[in-house]
Design a protein around this ligand. Structure first.
Ligand code: PMP
Length: 361
C-alpha cells in the first residue's frame, strides 16, 4: 500500500483509506459490468441501486425518520444558503438567523437577498469565542424558520446543544459536523451538509428535509433549487453527481463497519480531548474558544510567537502532518479532525507539538 499522510485539511478532507482502496478496486470494472460507476447512466438499474443503498445507509446511520426526504444535490452548502430562503422564506416573511462566524454570516447575506432576515443572536459580542445562550436570542414571533450553523469550520466554534424553537422549523448547516456525533434528526425541519468533510468528495450536498416543508417554494425559485422537485424525482431531476454519491455510499458503509455514529462520537471525543489537553497544558499553544463551544472537528490554535508559524508548518509537512495552516482570515494553525482522521494522526500531531515546543518554546 502507498504511504498515506496524516491529513488535517478542513475540506475537501481526508477520506478513509479503505474507501479509496475499494473505489480503486472498482474503478475500471464495477461489479463485473465492465464499466466504471462514472460511466453508468444514472437511470440504470445498477446505478439506482447504488444510490438507493447510499440513502438507506445514511438513513440507518442517522436514524432519519420516515417523514424526512434525503436529497443528494449539487452546488455545495453555499448554494443551500440561497436554496433554504427560496424554499422556506415567503416574500413577505421573516427568517431568524444566528450568527456564530464566517459561514453563518454568509448564509445571512445570501438569505437577505430574498427576504427579511432577523439576526436573532450574534457571537460578535463574544469576539466569536463563545455562543450566545438561547436566553439572549431575540427570536421573531412569526419566523418562517430559525437557521444556525452547528459547527463554524473556520472559527472552531460548535454548538454542544440543539436550540429549542417550538413549532418553528429549525434549519441547520451541519456541513462540518454531520455524522461526527449522534443527533436527533426529528428536532430539525431541515439539515444540510456539503459532502467534502464527513460525507465524501465535493460536488455533492446532502439535504434532509421534513416532508411538510416541501412545496413551499416561491414561484420564482429555479426548478433546480426546488426541494420538492428534487424529492419528487429521487434527486434525479437532472444528472446528479453520480460518482460523489457512489463514493459517499462507500463512506456510509465504512461508517457502519466502524460501529456507526455512536462509535465515531467516542473516537472523536478521544481525539479532541487529546488535542485540547495538549494545547491547554502548554503556555506555548493556545485556543481562545469557550470550553463548551470548542469544536470537536476543527481545532484552531496559535503559537506564542507567530514568527514561528512557517517553521512549525514546514516541520509538520516534513513529518507527513499536512494542511495545518489556519484559514487566512484567522491565521495560526487549524487541525481538522473529521471522522477519517484517526487517533493515530492526532497522537502524531501532539507528539510533534511537544517536540516543537521543546525546541522553540
Ligand atoms: N458551511 C460550512 C459550515 C462550511 O464549513 C462550508 C465549507 N467549508 C460551507 C458552508 C460552504 O460549503 P461549500 O464549499 O460546499 O459551498
Amino acid at each position: 500500500m502507498s504511504k498515506r499522510a496524516h491529513n488535517f485539511c478542513a475540506g475537501p478532507a481526508a477520506l478513509p483509506t479503505a474507501v479509496l482502496e475499494r473505489a480503486q478496486a472498482e474503478m475500471l470494472d464495477w461489479n463485473g459490468m465492465g464499466v466504471s460507476v462514472m460511466e453508468m447512466s444514472h437511470r440504470s438499474d445498477e446505478y439506482v441501486a447504488i444510490a438507493e443503498k447510499a440513502e438507506q445507509d445514511l438513513r440507518d446511520l442517522l436514524a432519519i425518520p420516515s417523514d424526512y426526504k434525503v436529497l443528494f444535490l449539487q452546488g455545495g452548502a453555499s448554494q443551500q444558503f440561497a436554496e433554504v430562503a427560496l424554499n422556506l422564506l415567503p416574500e413577505d416573511g421573516v427568517a431568524d438567523y444566528i450568527d456564530t462566524g464566517i459561514w453563518s454570516k454568509k448564509s445571512i447575506e445570501e438569505a437577505s437577498r430574498y427576504g427579511r432576515v432577523n439576526v436573532a443572536a450574534s457571537a460578535k459580542g463574544y469576539d466569536y469565542f463563545a455562543i450566545p445562550g438561547q436566553n439572549e436570542w431575540q427570536l421573531s414571533k412569526d419566523a418562517a424558520y430559525v437557521h444556525y450553523a452547528s459547527n463554524e469550520t473556520i472559527g472552531g466554534l460548535q454548538f454542544d446543544w440543539i436550540p429549542s424553537v417550538g413549532d418553528t422549523p429549525l434549519v441547520v448547516d451541519m456541513s462540518s459536523d454531520i455524522l461526527s456525533r449522534e443527533i436527533d434528526v426529528s428536532k430539525f425541519g431541515l439539515i444540510y451538509a456539503g459532502a467534502q468533510k464527513n460525507i465524501g468528495p465535493s460536488g455533492l450536498v446532502v439535504s434532509i428535509v421534513r416532508e411538510d416543508l416541501l412545496g413551499r417554494a416561491r414561484s420564482s425559485c429555479p426548478t433546480m433549487l426546488n426541494y420538492k422537485v428534487a424529492a419528487d424525482n429521487g434527486s434525479m431531476y437532472n444528472t446528479p453527481a453520480t460518482y460523489s454519491w457512489y463514493l459517499s455510499g462507500l463512506v456510509f458503509e465504512w461508517l457502519k463497519e466502524q460501529g456507526g455514529v455512536a462509535a465515531m462520537e467516542q473516537r472523536n471525543k478521544a481525539k479532541k480531548d487529546l488535542l485540547y489537553k495538549a494545547i491547554d497544558a502548554s503556555d506555548f499553544y493556545s485556543n481562545p474558544i469557550a470550553i463548551n463551544a470548542r469544536s470537536w472537528m476543527n481545532v484552531p490554535f496559535r503559537l506564542a510567537d507567530e514568527k514561528l508559524d512557517k517553521v512549525f508548518l514546514a516541520g509538520a509537512d516534513a513529518r507527513g502532518l499536512l494542511n495545518l495552516k489556519g484559514h487566512r482570515s484567522v491565521g495560526g494553525m487549524r487541525a481538522s479532525i473529521y471522522n477519517a482522521t484517526g487517533l493515530d494522526a492526532v497522537e502524531a500531531l501532539v507528539a510533534y507539538m511537544a517536540e516543537f515546543e521543546k525546541e522553540h518554546g
